[in-house]
Design a protein around this ligand. Sequence first.
Ligand code: FE
Ligand code: FE
Ligand code: ZN
Length: 278
Amino acid sequence: MFVIGCHLSVSKGYLAMAKTATAIGANTFQFFPRNPRGGASKPLDAEDVAGLSAWMEAHDFGPILCHGAYTMNGAAAKAETRDFARRALREDLAKAAALPHCLYNLHPGSHVRQGTEAAIPLIADMLNEAMDQESIPPFVLLETMAGKGTEVGRTFEELAAISDRVERKDRMGVCLDTCHVYDGGYDIVEHLSDVLDEFDRVLGLSRLHAVHLNDDKNPLGSHKDRHEKIGEGTIGTAAMARIINEPRLRDLPFYLETPNELPEYAAEIALLKSLREE
Ligand code: FE
Ligand code: FE
Ligand code: ZN
C-alpha cells in the first residue's frame, strides 16, 4: 500500500485532520502536538481520539506522524531551554502513545557553539528520560537534518551516535527527509542507491520508519533547509518517482512538508500516485 499524506493543522482536532486527509486523497497525515513555537499542549479529547481510530480503520490509514516542536532543543546551552525540551518530549510521547498507530518524530537539536560531541550525550539523555515511561509510541524517530546553523543530525554518523546511546533501541528509529539529506550533501538525485547503502552501513535500514517527501529550493549540500513543491526544486520529479518506488523505501509512510495549501497538496498527492508503480 502506498502510504502518503501531508502536514495538517491540529486546530480542529484529530478526527478533522483524518477527514481532511481523506478528502485530499491521503491515507495518513503529520501534525504538531502543540504550537510549534512552544507553549502548552492541549489534552486529548477521548471522543475525538475514538473518532480518529474508527476513521483510520474504515479508510485503511497507514501510521500517522506526530512532529515535535522545532523549539525543542535538548542540546541547548541554557538549562532552561533544555528543561523545556525534556518536559515537552515526555508529554508529547505520552500523547502520541494515546493516539492510534502514531509515530513520533523530532529534530535532534542544535549544539549552539558547544560542539556536536557535547550535544550528542545531552540529546540521548533527554530521549532516555522521556522513553522511560509506561506509554511511548511504537517508534521515536530522529529526523535527518540539513545541517543549517549548528544543527545536529546532518550525518548518518551523528544520528547513529545518538541512537547508540538510547536504551530503548527497540523503539528508536529515523525519519529521512529528502530535502534535508540532499541539502545536507547526500546525493539522492544521482546516487539514491549509494546513499541508501551508506544509510544501511552506518545506521541500518531497519531503523528507517518514515520519509519526509520534500523537494529542495537549493542545490546539493547547501545547508539551507528550504522546502520546495514536488517537482519544482533541485530534486525534481524523476528523482521523486525513483524515491517513492525504490524497493527499500516504498513500503514506508511518506509525508509531504511542501509549501502548499490543501488544494495544492491534493494535486501533489495525485501526481505522486500517478508516479507510483504497482
Ligand atoms: Fe522536521
Ligand atoms: Fe522534515
Ligand atoms: Zn526542513
